[in-house]
Design a protein around this ligand. Structure first.
Ligand code: BES
Ligand code: ZN
Length: 653
């Protein structure tokens, strides 16, 4: 037989491995020798990856939870709650299955202003009253709820009530709904608000399954981030199950006069009855979106993908509650022009709900990947030109956020350090758009086919897990950068400031055309309607954003007369126009009335912040405060707190 008597391998970075081998030739045929040399050269030619093994990188600690999952964690939750609109309180019990380490003497949950009535602990059929303490309340963190445990404990029940001003909950009276007859309730959990309606381990690194019994006034429907009813029950009792493990920020509930309309086999919309037809028209492509995403990134793992259109006070465009995305009615434009938001929330079924950021410092993993997927879905359905317009609008948002923060600011890093701060502060366009730009840059570098394969394998590898940025860096370095022999520093993008020089260049012929119209208007002060025929919402947005702020008011008046922006039924266009109106000083009575009506009716923070900020920056703080005082009852705590801070007013609680 043959034997390798000496083998020396010399390696050089980014180079093929050279090897020198001396063979003892006894008994080796020439064919065998050639085969050995061939095999060794194949083995050695691929440079071995020398960075950390993604499997061994430990997730950083989540500083926004009191829970200690390495000692004691919740694995399943059964909720039993009654919804009382009169007192604005949820009351009942939360029953937990737990996994305790052998040396555990306590389990810690997060809570914010909950009224705890009593706690039982033990094993099935043998529960005893537990001793517990509620620790000091800290701003935005709430309080630790520490329950004493014995080694054999596996179950626990907490009897509790929520505070009428619970931060996650928004209780709407009938006047604040479309139908004006029934009250409405919805929750918003992300980032760390679920602790204000459920005692829980409120960390994106901790997953559990859940079930719930929810009792609401007869005549109303309840829906959750779970399997949902499609019609009202007779007595207002509803039962839910979520068999896939999820994290606390994805716990969600909505209650109201809600009806359902089916779209495809796995898709449908919920809304107040008066909104249902418009909502299902707008969402006609829902099923197609699911199919397109599955083709790119593997199977949809959550059975159904439904959407609920909430009343206009919902503070976000959308929230990816699993199985049932919550959405603002401001995306119902009548022409299906704002559905990229739905593609975005759907994309979270892979990036976010399936592979989850381990801590809020890693928020960009959720949102950067989701924006990337969103644009790939839009491209698959409506073409590259369409997706590139979205990407350019996003890049503009990123540039203005970086200008505001300062290009060297730590908050322009993808990986954040939010310890001691409200995680909400880290939720800027940096996570969304710098994250997107990094992935798009990698796609262009590696080639689409390779990059798609890589992303698909990433979702498969980490499905139903929570991962931190360091683990992502190790994974991308090992399976993309080294495997493809690319020269690229993901570290510079992730741990460094601003937009690195090697960012992908994004351009759009359609926007270039819009730019020509803007400069034409700038030059001759007039714009022919015929030159803007066929423009989509995105072209109009780009147009309004590019207009100078310092022209004589008569120019804005002329534009408004021709294009009727201040009466636009498209919330994106109206909001952009109102901001320009404030900044340019073009504020006739009609615009002022539109501004006040918009700020009072709509609670979506993305629209409120720029408008209030524009008022503040144009020395109209008094007017801003006056509108805010009136509009505030329509805002969810998320929006209300941001605007209160902007206008230097006191938050409610
Ligand atoms: N998960 C976010 C909403 C969110 C972020 C809630 C941070 C709380 C804290 C959701 O997926 C989102 O990004 N919504 C955007 C949609 C947009 C980027 C298409 C929104 O609401 O504007
Ligand atoms: Zn998102």
């Amino acid at each position: 037989m043959y034997r390798i008597s000496a083998l020396r391998i010399e390696t050089q970075p980014h180079d093929c491995v050279n090897f020198v081998a001396k063979f003892s030739m006894k008994g080796v045929t020439r064919f065998q020798l050639i085969w050995i040399i061939f095999s060794l050269s194949v083995m050695c030619c691929k440079q071995t990856y020398q960075g950390p093994d993604p499997g061994n990188v430990v997730n950083a600690k989540d500083t926004h939870t009191y829970a200690q999952p390495e000692v004691a964690r919740v694995t399943h939750l059964s909720l039993d709650l009654t919804v009382d609109f009169d007192s604005k309180v949820l009351s009942g019990s939360a029953h937990y299955q737990m996994d305790l380490d052998s040396n555990a003497s306590e389990i810690i949950l997060d809570m914010h202003r909950l009224e705890i009535d009593s706690i039982l602990i033990g094993t099935t059929g043998s529960m005893r009253t537990a001793s517990y303490q509620i620790g000091e309340e800290k701003p935005f963190m709430g309080s630790p709820l520490t329950i004493e445990t014995s080694p054999s404990d596996s179950e626990m029940t907490i009897f509790y009530k929520t505070h009428p001003e619970a931060l996650a909950l928004q209780w709407l009276n009938p006047q604040q709904t479309l139908g004006k007859e029934h009250p409405f309730l919805f929750t918003q959990g992300q980032a760390i608000l679920t602790r204000s309606w459920i005692p829980c381990q409120d960390s994106p690194g901790i997953r559990y399954t859940y079930e719930a019994n929810i009792k609401v006034p007869a005549g109303l429907m309840a829906v959750m981030s779970a399997t949902n009813p499609q019609s009202k029950s007779d007595d207002g009792s509803y039962r839910f199950t979520m068999e896939q493990p999820i994290t606390s920020y994805l716990m969600a509930l909505a209650v109201g006069d809600i009806a359902f309309s089916s779209i495809g086999d796995r898709t449908g919309v919920y809304a107040e009855p008066g909104m249902l037809e418009a909502a299902s028209y707008e969402m006609a492509d829902l099923e197609k979106m699911v199919v397109a995403t599955e083709e790119l990134y593997g199977p949809y793992q959550w059975d159904r993908f439904d959407l609920i259109i909430l009343p206009p006070s919902f503070p976000f465009g959308g929230m990816e509650n699993p199985k049932l995305t919550f959405a603002t009615p401001t995306i119902i434009a009548g022409d299906r022009s704002l559905t990229s938001l739905v593609a975005h929330e759907l994309a979270h079924s892979w990036s976010g709900n399936l592979v989850t950021n381990a801590t809020w410092d890693d928020f960009w993993l959720n949102e950067g990947h989701t924006v990337y997927l969103e644009r790939r879905i839009m491209e698959a359905l409506y073409g590259k030109e369409y997706a590139d317009m979205l990407a350019l609008l996003g890049l503009q948002d990123l540039q203005s956020t970086i200008d505001d923060l300062g290009p060297e600011d730590d908050d322009t890093h993808l990986k954040l350090d939010l310890e001691g701060r409200d995680p909400d502060e880290g939720m800027t366009d940096v996570a969304y758009e710098k994250g997107y730009l990094l992935l798009r840059t990698l796609e262009e570098l590696a080639g689409r086919e390779v990059f798609d394969q890589y992303l698909k394998s990433y979702f498969e590898k980490y499905q139903f897990q929570s991962i931190g940025t360091d683990k992502w860096v190790a994974y991308v370095n090992k399976y993309l950068i080294h495997e493809q022999d690319l020269t690229f520093s993901v570290e510079e993008w992730v741990y460094g400031p601003g937009i690195p020089d090697n960012a992908a260049q994004i351009s759009s012929d359609r926007f270039a055309m819009v730019d020509r119209r803007v400069s034409e208007f700038d030059r001759i002060g007039r714009l022919d309607r015929s030159t803007t025929r066929g423009w989509s919402t995105h072209e109009w947005l780009h147009f309004i954003r590019q207009l100078p702020h310092d022209l004589h008011v008569s120019f804005y008046e002329k534009l408004d007369t021709v294009f009727d922006f201040s009466n636009s039924g498209n919330s994106e266009i109206l909001a952009a126009w109102l901001e320009l109106s404030i900044r340019s000083g073009y504020m006739p009575d009609h615009n002022q009335a539109q501004l006040e009506a918009f700020l009072t009716r709509v609670g979506r923070r993305k629209f409120l912040t720029p408008l209030y900020r524009a008022l503040k920056e144009t020395d109209q703080l008094d007017l801003a405060r006056q509108i805010f005082d009136q509009a505030r009852p329509n805002y969810h705590s998320v929006s209300s707190r941001s605007i209160a801070e902007l206008l230097e007013e006191e938050p409610a609680i």
